[in-house]
Design a protein around this ligand. Structure first.
Ligand code: PMP
Ligand code: GLN
Length: 391
């Protein structure tokens, strides 16, 4: 081979990083024509009015770069929403930034605040991008388990994990994958723990509008002592059934936002213009997000009622569009497989894709629990239930 055509080898920055479980399971579901209750995304359309608003914005000529920090009407709409729901004013100019979804928001926060060697606490099981984000920034991941079974925060363990090197703690309520939510008391306890420290809170609240009665969402924005040290991450994809649009926001005190934007400007610079304007106009009515809990609660209950007639043991789902089940109660021999192999078998042989909880743990901890997504048409859920009942 000529040296001219030789591809020089790379030294991987992430030698142990594979493809995300969501991509793997969705590909397997497509290959085997399985009902995909794995990756979290709706299989129904968004409100057609939202599509019209995008179309309007494009035809009005809103097609060039918006300001680096996001289109003003969208930042203003988000500020108003946070004030109305969580009773805190974020200045649209200096405290709210539009991002390319929550994924980019979280990576950008981590790159902006974590210095090499800084420790960042994550509560496992946790969303699969957190750990690689911290590692790419040169940070040290400190894993604290949520209480097995209930997935509630264990504050003694959180306290014990804090060291002089702790730079940040990343929390996520409503919680993917468990569907657990943090109570007001949980947030107050965290506030007390963080009060004497310089630890930054990264609060991933992408499922803020999916909390089921009688509970409510307790945003970090509600609490003076948390808001003062928090980056709060939201995503329009979850709220408006448009996960592919990849638009989210970060709300944070002006000093934090300034650091965030230094990285953001050389990361994506900006996020697509017409959709930002469409979302801003759509947000004039709070109905879509205020009605979302009832919309998803009905789906959750339909799915749970169906699952109650299978051999799976149901875990609670207080928020998100996820329902976890324990597979150890099944009578099939495959229940002895690892969660990951069980999910593959469920996809290829039973025709329903799910996500193993082990994918959300650094050490692959296997507790015989898998996650289904119920953000699906009723007919999709019923068709999956039909298959699951045959088990
Ligand atoms: N955080 C959590 C907990 C999530 O579940 C997801 C996506 N499902 C994200 C962040 C990423 O959101 P986005 O699609 O807006 O990047
Ligand atoms: N967050 C979604 C989930 O948990 C999927 C997002 C992704 O595919 N990266 O299923």
């Amino acid at each position: 081979m000529s040296t001219l055509t030789l591809t020089p080898p790379l030294v991987s920055k992430a030698p142990n990083m594979g493809t995300t479980i969501f991509t793997v399971m969705s590909a397997l579901a497509t290959e085997h024509k399985a009902v995909n209750l794995g990756q979290g995304f709706p299989d129904f359309p968004c409100d057609p009015q939202l599509l019209d608003l995008v179309n309007d914005a494009m035809r009005e000529g809103l097609n060039q770069y918006p300001p680096m920090i996001g289109a003003p009407p969208l930042r203003e709409a988000v500020s108003k929403k946070i004030a109305a729901l969580y009773d805190r004013h974020y200045d649209p100019l200096s405290e709210i930034t539009v991002t390319a979804g929550a994924t980019q928001a979280i990576l950008t926060i981590v790159l902006a605040i974590v210095h090499p060697g800084d420790e960042v606490i994550v509560l496992e099981p946790c969303y699969d991008s957190y750990v690689p984000n911290i590692e790419l920034a040169g940070g040290v991941v400190v894993r604290v388990p949520l209480t097995p079974g209930s997935f509630r925060p264990d504050f003694d363990k959180i306290r014990a994990a804090i060291s002089p090197k702790t730079r940040a703690i990343l929390i996520n309520s409503p919680h993917n994958p468990s569907g657990m939510i943090w109570s007001k008391q949980d947030m107050l306890t965290l506030q007390d723990i963080l009060a004497p420290t310089n630890i930054v809170l990264i609060s991933d609240e992408v499922y803020e509008h999916m909390v089921y009665a009688p509970n409510q969402h307790w945003s970090a924005a509600h609490f003076d002592g948390l808001a003062a040290r928090a980056f709060i991450v939201s995503s329009f994809g979850k709220t408006y059934h448009v996960t592919g649009w990849k638009i989210g926001t970060v709300a944070a005190p002006a000093a934090y936002t300034a650091e965030f934007r230094k990285v953001h400007q050389f990361n994506v610079f900006t996020v697509n213009t017409p959709m930002q304007h469409a979302l801003a106009r759509f947000m004039a009515s709070p109905a879509p997000y205020l009605e979302l809990p009832a919309f998803y609660q009905r789906k959750r209950d339909l799915f749970r009622q169906g699952l109650a007639q299978t051999q799976f043991k149901l875990l609670p789902s207080e928020g998100t569009y996820f329902q976890c089940v324990d597979i150890s109660t099944l009578k099939v021999p495959e229940k002895n497989l690892s969660e990951a192999d069980f999910c593959k078998w469920l996809t290829t042989d039973i025709g329903v894709a799910a996500i193993p909880l082990s994918a959300f743990y650094g050490n692959g901890f296997d507790q015989k629990v898998i996650r289904f997504c119920f953000a699906k048409k009723d007919e999709t859920l019923l068709s999956a239930l039909e298959k699951l009942k045959r088990l």
